[in-house]
Design a protein around this ligand. Structure first.
Ligand code: ME8
Length: 639
């Protein structure tokens, strides 16, 4: 029988249109689902909407609509958004559906039978935007400790679930299963939360009726989080299709934002323990996308519409940016200039140029067909290592690392064009040419298959241009080296990713010394500041300054001023051309830590692509490189 992979996103509140933060989780889950399908597994990828509760009831009332009418409208926009982002979910659950109501009621009956439910009165605070109860002692400055918004005083009759009887078992489960709560920082937070003592949880509400009525006591509706968490078993067939449920449950990954890990890693497991059901294998709490250091959120008024970005930059660029830019698990800043830069550097320059250079050379030097390789392949071991690293990263849910590995292969292929100089091999009729060209085409083919979980259009276009056939017939196994058939006819096509011209993006030529990036929109005030030479902190923050360790430094043929440096940036290597040859000998620099402006648009200098600028201080006679005061990991950010 096929291995199964069940992955979920949170079910989102349809109280307002969704934004790039929701797209972030959903695109990440989609990439993982696509990867596991390529592995040949039976994948069940679930997303949906969390439609009950006080927040939705109020929003609908303000809009003059019934809650159902209100959510129906928003859900239609969410379905459109997921279609725009090519989200390949296998089910979209809505908690207002009958199939779900029946399961919530069943869960309540079973919880009551567990003996850990009692009726009482809830008196305390409630954060309506987060739909969460808070005892007085946990508030921070009288506000919700998670989102910082005002809380409301609530006093009403409620059913409670005792959590403490399950705390010890849950704690032990967390300790025994290091993969259960990830990343590790969230695991430690949850252990600390359990150790601080678990209050009985109010599991019903009586002050409004937009929810699932409790069986036997219809003046109560289920607390919206109990209702919402239950979606994960409803969709898997709990109570409706026992065989399917036995096959799918437990979920392999609940992917959630870090602010709701507590619900998924404490409350949900305790409900499952009370129901005597197995616990999900992994709850992964990713970080937030931030705008000017604040979480992008529906209520913060700083939402970014993903659809507009897709229209402007294309689906693959937006997906790539979301999956690559921020280490999955950490918070990261969203910025449009960074999206443009990522697209131009990785997709247009590195991947797109590799394809157009390779197909152009195949046309010119090999009559438009893929030659047969004969000699030693330089790129094959690099490709095999990149795929192995990519697999490892995906097993750890490190989506950005997976892409870093694949683009290492793309960069190595580009470098091999410079190193092997196929035009010279062609001129001298050197038989190595066939191997070099095959290597390039095959590296692109392997990359195309491996990019299928992440990108939607580009992999198929690469396949078509290489004459490799229909990419939809490939599986992950086709990332193995050697799939491209010699003799295939190359079909050169349009550039894969046209460069996005953005005059407001970072300065383009290294060595200009123009460190202040231009603001996105020059308002009058900002323009006058600029004239005075003053920049805003946001302008400074757009510069990605990083510590880089010099791996090698060589003179550039034909130039007396330039050195070509190869730098270690942590997970990545960069080549930078720098005008420092009059001040430093190459060997002097090897092992030195320098400061690199890492997000400067690349430029070709003396035929070498330079990816950034290293910083130096200069007086009339001297130039000295900036460095760090002691030992620090290469790649560390400078701020
Ligand atoms: O919490 N950065 O729904 P919700 C990253 N209905 N991710 C973000 C984000 C940001 N700035 N903003 C939102 C709920 N998200 C409940 C869930 S599950 C049983 C019930 C993502 O509409 C992230 O995944 O408030 C976060 O957890 C989710 O949207 C919250 O969506």
């Amino acid at each position: 029988m096929k291995k199964k992979f069940y992955i979920t996103t949170p079910i989102y509140y349809p109280n307002a249109r969704l934004h790039i933060g929701h797209a972030y989780t959903t695109v990440a889950a989609d990439a993982l689902a696509r990867y596991h399908r390529l592995l040949g597994e039976e994948v069940f990828f679930l997303t949906g909407t969390d439609e009950h509760g006080q927040k939705i009831a109020r929003t609908a009332q303000e809009a003059g609509l019934s809650p159902q009418q209100y959510v129906d409208q928003i859900v239609a926009t969410i379905r459109e958004l997921w279609a725009t982002l090519a989200i390949s979910c296998d089910d979209f659950i809505r908690t207002s559906e009958d199939r779900h109501r029946a399961v919530v009621q069943d869960v309540f009956r079973r919880l009551q039978a567990s003996g850990d439910v009692y009726k009482g009165t809830y008196e305390g605070w409630y954060c309506t935007p987060d739909e969460s109860f808070w005892p007085e002692g946990r508030l921070v400055d009288g506000k919700c400790p998670v989102c910082g918004r005002p809380v409301e005083r609530v006093r009403e009759e409620s059913y409670f679930l005792r959590l403490e009887p399950y705390a010890k078992r849950l704690r032990q489960h967390i300790l025994d299963h290091p993969e259960f709560i990830q990343p590790e920082s969230r695991r430690n937070e949850m252990l600390a939360f359990i150790d601080s003592g678990l209050d009985d949880l109010s599991i019903s509400r009586t002050s409004f009726d937009w929810g699932v009525p409790l069986p036997g006591d219809e003046t109560h509706v289920a607390y919206v989080w109990i209702d919402a968490l239950t979606n994960y078993i409803t969709a898997a067939g709990f109570g409706s299709d026992p065989d399917r449920f036995a096959r799918l449950w437990p979920a392999d990954v609940h992917l959630v934002g870090k602010e709701i890990v507590r619900f998924h890693a404490i409350i949900w497991p305790i409900i499952l323990l009370a129901l005597k059901l197995p616990l999900p294998k992994t709850v992964f709490g990713h970080g937030w996308l931030l705008l000017d250091d604040a979480k992008i959120g529906k209520s913060s008024g700083n939402v970014i519409e993903p659809t507009a970005l897709v229209e402007r930059y294309g689906l693959d660029a937006v997906r790539y940016y979301l999956l690559r830019e921020v280490a999955f698990g950490s918070d990261g800043s969203y910025s449009e200039p960074a999206l443009i830069l990522r697209t131009n550097v990785d997709l247009a320059n590195d991947l797109g140029n590799l394809l157009s250079r390779t197909t152009a050379m195949l046309e010119r030097f090999s009559a438009g067909t893929v030659p047969a390789p004969s000699g030693q392949s330089i790129l094959r071991p690099i490709a095999e290592a990149a795929i192995a690293e990519c697999e490892q990263a995906l097993a750890n849910l490190s989506l950005s690392d997976a892409l870093v590995s694949l683009f290492r292969l793309v960069r190595a292929a580009n470098k091999s064009i410079e190193d092997e100089a196929p035009w010279t091999l062609h001129r001298s009729q050197n038989p190595r040419l066939g191997t070099v060209l095959y290597d390039l085409a095959e590296s692109l083919r392997v990359t195309a298959v491996a990019l299928r979980p992440f990108l939607i259009d580009a992999p198929g276009k690469i396949y078509a241009q290489l004459g490799a056939g229909d990419i939809s017939a490939t599986s992950w196994k086709d990332t193995a080296w050697g799939g491209l058939k010699p003799g295939a006819t190359v079909q050169r096509g349009a550039p894969l990713f046209p460069r996005i011209e953005d005059t407001d993006a970072a300065p383009s030529a290294p060595g200009e010394g123009a460190l202040a990036a231009r603001p996105e929109k020059a308002t009058k005030e900002r323009a006058s500041d600029e004239r005075a030479g003053v920049i805003a902190i946001d302008d400074f923050k757009r510069l990605q300054l990083r510590v880089a360790r010099v791996l090698s430094a060589e003179p550039v043929a034909g130039s007396r001023k330039l050195l070509k440096l190869t730098l270690n940036l942590g997970g990545e290597q960069r080549t930078v051309v720098s005008g420092i040859a009059a001040h430093y000998e190459g060997p002097q620099l090897v092992g030195k830590d320098v400061i690199l402006l890492a997000n400067l648009a690349p430029a070709t200098i003396f035929g070498i692509e330079s990816g950034g600028m290293i910083l130096a201080a200069k007086d009339a006679d001297h130039l000295r490189l900036l460095t760090v005061d002691g030992s620090i990991e290469p790649g560390s950010p400078v701020s």
